[in-house]
Design a protein around this ligand. Structure first.
Ligand SMILES: Nc1ncnc2c1ncn2[C@@H]1O[C@H](COP(=O)(O)OP(=O)(O)OP(=O)(O)O)[C@@H](O)[C@H]1O
Ligand SMILES: [Mg+2]
Length: 295
């Protein structure tokens, strides 16, 4: 653990072994409870799958505050969420999950890669019914030894054909043939995994509707979000990982809130200290507004 982190990290529970470390988080087992982990947010900000990378001191604390507020609200609404309690300024306790390799995206408006897949939509077009999409989480354009044309392809599962089709997410979907068709056993950890797709869709939709209303009450517009799922040790499907200010597009809905999410960082042509200070202020605003979700 780096000095900066250990200094600020006074977790309620003694830390056990490191389970995994990613670009923005470290996951440690908790010594006393074998099926619990502590999810530690780092101060790293990344875009383009790590191509752009900076450190914003204090971001980890704000990310933890935001995720904790969001997960408390979702739990209070009866959603199955991998969250137990916040246990330090930069970490929260969660059930240790076997994470599933999917990114589940819910959209209220057409933006970003959705427009590339569906070029006949205009930017910002509203979806009266939420759109939910699945992407396969991949690294190095490879899935279990099979090479891919791109990472994180769009995944369409056809139950009847028992097939998983992968599409280039940056190309129009209409008229596009899948670049790879996989059998269930090539993707799923176990035979029945296809059954959780309707569940992931339902939970993602429900979570989005709750957060959309919560943001509306704070004068913001939740445009879209990305969530991930995992199984706890008893095999329950949980909405896991985090939902923080890097998980969504969050836009002005009135005069109270201005464009608040990570998009500002993605769009920076030159990363200056002033720009990072401005971005930190946005994370501060979001952490502070989400306090109202649960009070
Ligand atoms: N409750 C949990 N139990 C176990 N693992 C978790 C839990 N929550 C998150 N993780 C995992 O912790 C890892 C580190 O998180 P981080 O988001 O920093 O990784 P990353 O660099 O974004 O890579 P990835 O693409 O896998 O998310 C991720 O693989 C994530 O799936
Ligand atoms: Mg991640």
């Amino acid at each position: 653990m780096d000095a900066q982190l250990s200094e600020r990290l006074t977790t309620k529970h003694p830390l056990g072994a490191l389970v995994t470390e990613g670009k923005t988080k470290k996951i440690h087992l908790i010594k006393s409870g074998s099926d619990l982990v502590t999810v530690i947010s780092k101060d790293d900000i990344t875009a383009g799958d790590g191509a752009k990378h900076d450190i914003i001191p204090d971001k980890g604390r704000l990310a933890t505050a935001t995720t904790s507020n969001v997960f408390r609200l979702l739990k209070a609404c009866g959603l199955p969420v991998a969250f137990v309690e916040q246990d330090s300024a930069t970490s929260f306790v969660a059930p240790k999950c076997q994470m599933l390799p999917y990114e589940v995206v819910a959209r209220r408006e057409a933006h970003g890669s959705y427009l590339k897949r569906n070029p006949h939509f205009s930017k910002g077009q509203l979806f009266p019914q939420l759109i939910v999409e699945f992407f396969l989480k991949t690294k190095d354009k490879n899935w279990k030894g099979k090479s891919l044309v791109c990472d994180d392809p769009l995944l369409i599962y056809s139950k009847d054909a028992a097939q998983i089709q992968l599409f280039n997410p940056a190309k129009p979907l209409h008229g596009q043939e899948p670049f790879l068709v996989l059998s269930q056993s090539e993707v799923f950890g176990h035979d029945e995994e296809w059954k959780i797709f309707p569940d992931m869709r339902r939970i993602a939709r429900h979570a989005f509707l709750v957060l959309e209303k919560a943001w509306q009450l704070e004068g913001g517009t939740l445009v879209d979000f990305k969530v991930e799922f995992g199984f706890d040790s008893k095999g329950n499907l949980l909405l896991a990982d985090v939902i923080d200010n890097d998980s969504w597009r969050l836009w002005p809905g009135g005069d109270k809130v201005e464009m608040l999410d990570k998009q500002v960082y993605r769009d920076l042509s030159e990363v200056t200290d002033d720009a990072l200070r401005l971005i930190l202020a946005k994370y501060q605003t979001v952490a502070s507004l989400t306090k109202n979700f649960v009070s």
